[in-house]
Structure formats: structure tokens, C-alpha cells
Design a protein around this ligand. Structure first.
Ligand SMILES: C[S@@+](CC[C@H](N)C(=O)[O-])C[C@H]1O[C@@H](n2cnc3c(N)ncnc32)[C@H](O)[C@@H]1O
Length: 279
């Protein structure tokens, strides 16, 4: 894998972790690989399956998660295929912390995930807030089918609504304690230079206009009218962080730091958004 100069950026950042995820899948484990697993004997059939998948990883540059069809996000197992982006947002850590200290977790009743893809953020949030209702929107009907599979597997059909909607279109008059989004944020020039692994992901999940900021502009413009008075907006913008700071100098973004890496995620309160709109 190292000789082939693969790109790592779909849930792992190195060859060893990529290979471990593949091996755990081939061994039939429903958890990540552990040191002790490495002394297990494997059948010839499993060895062949492993080699075949490794060949595809290398020759076709397919991210491991698409080869195995599964991943973990915020400790929750998800089914994934090429209709959705590979879940990897650092927002997982914030969900595990129940969005603390930005909200009072005990008072969260309504959550919205904009651009839900596999449903990872919406469904993990529903598990983090057992008394909340969660709306999850996506413009892609294909993505919503994958989210539906995950919603069923996690037994969350009664609390999570999946809606086909461009941003807030289908949500007129609805307000939320948390609006969270990992929208597309890759600009046109960057899209052209992405490593081959990203070509297996849906373009709708990555591309966001010429400068990569089409989605964040809509979220910043419209979120205030969908937030409860003490609500918060949490958005991942990745490496467009610097540009977002420059273009919106009056917004008092708080940029989060994560223990497991990643960044480019901001928090704004409903009050801050409303004040900026009035200025
Ligand atoms: C970066 S992916 C994130 C998926 C998932 N939330 C995650 O973190 O893995 C962005 C998602 O936004 C969706 N999307 C793109 N444009 C949209 C729009 N105008 N309205 C709603 N969703 C949109 C894409 O289909 C894609 O599923």
C-alpha cells in the first residue's frame, strides 16, 4: 500500500489502519481489529478475499469503507456505499460530548442535520439525545435511501424523520435547539485536483460552487429563522475555514478543537446570528 502511494482521508490516515479495517471485515469482526487478532489463523478463503480487496484498494483507489460497506461513527455502526460520502466528520466527537458546553443536553428536544448523507450525524445525535426528535434533510434521493437503511438498523424510525429537501426548503416554520451540518465545501479548482479516492464519492457531497462556500452561505443566511432562542448552529467547513473567517468578519465564530484530529468546525448561537443579521 505504501509503495502504491495511496491517499488516506476516509476515516484513517495511514496504511496500517486501512489494512486493519479491511482485515477486521474479512475476519468477520463486528468491531475494530485488536492486537490479539493478529495471532489468529485465517482460512485460505479469507486470505484470498483479503488479497482481492487489497488489490481493489490499490488498483482502483477505492476507499476501504466502500469495500467493506460499513464503518463506525461516534461509536455507532453504519452501512455505507458509494451513494453517500464516507462518514469522517470530527463532529462525531461533539456528538459523543452531547454538544456540551454549547447546549444543555437535558433540554435538547429538536435537532436538524442538513445534508445528512448516510444519516451518521442525525442518527448518532438521536442516540445521544434519547428524548429528542431529529429531522435530517438531503437533496440526494440516493443518499436518503442509505440513511433509511441505517435508521431501520438502529431502530430509530420513530424519532428520526428523513426529508428530501434543498437546505431548509421543506422545513418552513420549524425551529431547532441544534442545527448541525457537514455540507459540501470543496471549491471548483480543488475538486479538479482531488486524489483518485475522492472520485468514488458522490460529487454532491463534496462540490460547493466556485469557491466551495455556496452551502455555508445558505446556512449562515437561513439558519437563524430555524433556531430556537437558545439554539446553536454547528457547521463543518474544513479547509475553507480561513475564507469563511475573511468573508464573514462580523460573525463571532468559535472554532472547535478536537482530540482525535480534524478541524474547521464552527459554532454560532441563535443570538449571535440574529444580531449579525440586524447589524
Ligand atoms: C459532505 S456530505 C456529508 C454527509 C454526512 N452528513 C456526513 O457527515 O458524512 C454533504 C451532504 O450534503 C448533501 N447536499 C448537497 N447539497 C445539498 C442541498 N442543497 N440541500 C441538502 N443537502 C445537500 C449531499 O447530498 C451530501 O449528502
Amino acid at each position: 500500500m505504501q509503495r502504491a502511494r495511496l491517499h488516506y482521508g476516509h476515516g484513517t490516515d495511514n496504511a496500517a489502519d486501512d489494512a486493519a479495517a479491511l482485515l477486521a471485515f474479512v475476519l468477520g469482526l463486528d468491531r475494530p481489529l485488536r492486537e490479539a487478532d493478529l495471532s489468529r489463523r485465517v482460512s485460505q478463503a479469507r486470505e484470498q478475499t483479503f488479497s482481492a480487496l487489497l488489490k481493489r484498494r490499490i488498483a482502483e483507489r477505492v476507499p476501504v469503507v466502500y469495500l467493506t460497506g460499513r464503518c463506525w461513527f461516534a461509536g455507532v455502526p453504519f452501512f455505507v456505499d458509494q451513494r453517500v460520502l464516507v462518514p469522517r466528520s470530527p463532529i462525531a466527537e461533539l456528538i459523543e460530548a452531547r454538544f456540551s458546553p454549547w447546549v444543555d443536553p437535558e433540554r435538547v428536544r429538536r435537532v436538524l442535520d442538513v445534508g445528512t448523507g448516510s444519516g451518521c450525524i442525525a442518527l448518532a445525535s438521536a442516540l445521544a439525545f434519547p428524548s429528542a426528535r431529529v429531522d435530517a434533510v438531503d437533496i440526494s434521493a440516493d443518499a436518503l435511501e442509505v440513511a433509511r437503511v441505517n435508521r431501520r438498523q438502529l431502530g430509530l424510525s420513530h424519532r428520526v424523520r428523513l426529508l428530501r429537501s434543498s437546505y431548509f426548503e421543506a422545513l418552513k416554520g420549524r425551529r431547532y435547539d441544534i442545527i448541525v451540518s457537514n455540507p459540501p465545501y470543496v471549491g471548483a479548482a480543488e475538486m479538479r485536483g482531488l486524489p483518485a479516492e475522492y472520485r468514488h464519492e458522490p460529487e454532491l457531497g463534496l462540490a460547493s460552487g466556485r469557491d466551495g462556500m455556496d452551502a455555508v452561505r445558505v446556512l449562515l443566511r437561513e439558519a437563524a429563522s430555524h433556531l430556537a432562542p437558545s439554539g446553536v448552529l454547528v457547521v463543518e467547513v474544513g479547509n475553507t475555514e480561513a475564507m469563511v473567517r475573511r468573508r464573514f468578519p462580523r460573525l463571532p465564530f468559535v472554532w472547535l478543537q478536537f482530540q482525535r484530529g480534524g478541524g474547521g468546525v464552527f459554532v454560532l448561537t441563535a443570538e449571535q446570528l440574529a444580531r449579525a443579521a440586524g447589524e
